[in-house]
Structure formats: C-alpha cells, structure tokens
Write a protein that binds this ligand. Structure first.
Ligand SMILES: NC(=O)c1ccc[n+]([C@@H]2O[C@H](COP(=O)([O-])OP(=O)(O)OC[C@H]3O[C@@H](n4cnc5c(N)ncnc54)[C@H](OP(=O)(O)O)[C@@H]3O)[C@@H](O)[C@H]2O)c1
Length: 303
C-alpha cells in the first residue's frame, strides 16, 4: 500500500515508518523541513514537502495514497498553553485529508490520547467504547470516527500519555526527567495514586499498522500496554535513577513545578486495550514503562 504519513519524522512516526516499510508498504511522509526530508530518506521513505496548514498539499498527498496515518500535531502550541489552537490546526488538517479520502473506502488512521478517558469515564478503567461529546482532541476523534459514514475505513488509535522507548526524546517522560534534574527533586501531586497508562513505541507502531491494514470502519483502538501506572511510582523511579528525593506537591504548586504538564499529571486515566487486542490480534510485547525507565536509557541520553 502507498501510505501517506503525517508526523512521520516525529517520535511515533519514527517507529511507524520502519514498521510500514518492513511490512512491504511504500511510505510518503509529510516533511516541513530539509531535516525531516533527510530523516525520512535515511529511513527509506519518501517525502511530501509541506506542513499542516498547507491544506491543498494535504489533499493532494492523501489523494495520491492508498491510505493515511495522521500523527502530526502542533505540540509547540500545546506546550505554550494554546490547546485550542493546537486542536484547531489538527481538526482543519483532518478535514482536508477527509475531503480527499471520502467515498474511496481508503483507510484513514487518526491519533488521540487515552488521558481523555480520565474526563470521559472518571473513576473507571477507560475502554474503546468510551467516547466524549466534544472538546480538546475529542472533536477530531469524533470527526474521524464519523468518516465511517462517508466511505472511509477510518479509525482512531488512542495513545497513552507515556509512549516510551529509546526513540522518545521529547515526550512527557523526558520532560519529567529534565524537570526533576533541574529542580533537584522528582514530584507527584498529592499521594500520586492517579494512574497513567503506557505503551512502548514499537508496540504502538505495530498497532498503527494493523489499524491501517485491518481496522473496521469507525474503530476506536487503544495502544495500551500498561493499564495504569500510579504517578507516584513513575516519580519514585525517576527520583531513584537520578538520585534525588520525591516530593508530594499540593495541587496549587503543580503548575510551578510541572509547567504545561500540570493538568495532565493530576489526571487518573487508566485504560484497557482488551477490545483492541481481541479485534486485531495485537499484543503489547515490549517492556512496560517502569522496566523501560529502569533499563536506564532515558538517563544516559541526558533527557
Ligand atoms: N508520544 C506520546 O506520548 C503521545 C501520547 C498521546 C498522544 N500522542 C499523539 O500521537 C501523535 C504523534 O505524537 P509524537 O509523540 O510522535 O509527536 P512528536 O514527536 O512531537 O512529532 C510530531 C510530528 O508532527 C510534525 N509537525 C508538528 N507541527 C507540524 C506542522 N505545522 N506541519 C507539519 N508537521 C508538523 C513534526 O514534524 P517535525 O519532525 O518537523 O518537527 C513531527 O513529525 C500526536 O498526535 C500526539 O499528540 C502522542
């Protein structure tokens, strides 16, 4: 299959591209810089020059492809606190891709996050059946799922807040480690009993490929390996590896320590992938989050 991948040069993309190529697909990645073009070429993929706001370019690349995996996201806006801006660019880009694939039966894999489940189904282990009415990223998720009614084999892969591996240079885990190193202590909010789900990058990439190849139209899929790791355990593991203490912060002090991550580190968002595993035969096989942290690579790379 000729697959157009946005965000192919990012963290998850750097696992998805080799996963697709190894399965015999041809990959054309969206590249907004020469550096991204070079990264894709080194991986054996082709580049479509353009960015998320080049809507004609997105339509052309999606039209030329047999399927689309959409991974690009304006994390720069999100980290600056402009969640609405990041979500707006995402939804506009998705609408452009949808223009090109509607009525074709082509697969379109979108991405979202399992932390949304903390808000959709608070106090429970979130499942693929949970869906929100609207809001940050939920609108995009619902739009992609709705494309099933417009002749698209659409699916959404929800990724945990910690997609972890040696490929992870800029995700939440490196950010937590850098903060603990800078501040001289690791931290959680309150007792840190709130849980984050997690998945290894290579397992996530495998699920993205299976979604492209097999997911029935309108599927919500969970790329979840660890259902729920208590945040205090993440903080303790980071503290131990860095040789710094762990402090339990009051909610009012969270923003001063965690910055843009403050709202996320307080969410309790355990999630199950049982239905995804049953539907697609996917199994998370790589190390879990704590084993991956204890392996030490996050701390050797100066993250
Ligand atoms: N990793 C996680 O832990 C996690 C958790 C939950 C959800 N997700 C979601 O999964 C998807 C992939 O995440 P990721 O971790 O791979 O993100 P990432 O490492 O930050 O990569 C983002 C990708 O988007 C591209 N991009 C950003 N702005 C762009 C623009 N204006 N035009 C074109 N491309 C642009 C980047 O291009 P450059 O290479 O040129 O910078 C990069 O390829 C995102 O939707 C993310 O929100 C990830």
């Amino acid at each position: 299959m000729h697959v157009f991948v946005t965000g192919a040069s990012g963290h998850v993309g750097s696992a998805v591209v080799p996963e697709l190529l190894a399965a015999g697909h041809r990959v054309v990645g969206l590249a907004r810089s020469e550096a991204a073009v070079d990264r894709l070429a080194a991986a054996g993929a082709e580049a479509h020059r353009g960015d998320l706001e080049d809507l004609d370019g997105l339509r052309a690349a999606a039209s030329a492809a047999d399927g689309v995996i959409h991974l690009a996201f304006r994390h720069d806006l999100m980290q600056a606190g402009d969640m609405a801006g990041a979500a707006g660019v995402d939804l506009t880009a998705i609408r452009a891709i949808a223009d090109a694939v509607a009525g074709t039966g082509k697969p379109f894999v979108g991405t979202s996050g399992t932390l949304l489940l903390a808000l959709m189904s608070p106090g429970t282990v979130g499942t693929e059946e949970d869906a929100g009415d609207g809001g940050f990223r939920v609108d995009a998720e619902n739009f992609v799922i709705g494309l099933a009614e417009r002749g698209v084999r659409s699916s959404v892969v929800r990724l945990p807040p910690t997609v972890h591996s040696q490929l992870d240079r800029t995700g939440f885990v490196p950010h937590l480690i850098a903060t603990a190193r800078d501040r001289g202590f690791a931290a959680c909010v309150g007792d840190g009993a709130n849980r984050w789900s997690a998945v290894h990058s290579l397992d996530a990439a495998h699920l993205c490929r299976l979604a492209l190849e097999q997911a029935p139209a309108g599927s919500r899929l969970h790329a979840v390996g660890d259902e729920g790791v208590p945040f205090a355990v993440i903080a303790e593991t980071i503290g131990r590896a860095l040789g710094v203490p762990v402090r339990r912060l009051e909610a009012d002090d969270a923003a001063g320590y965690f910055g843009f991550l403050a709202p996320f580190v307080q969410l309790d968002g355990p999630a199950s992938s049982a239905r995804t595993q049953q539907l697609l035969g996917w199994r998370p096989e790589r190390p879990g989050l704590i084993a991956d942290l204890e392996e030490g690579h996050y701390f050797r790379t100066g993250s």
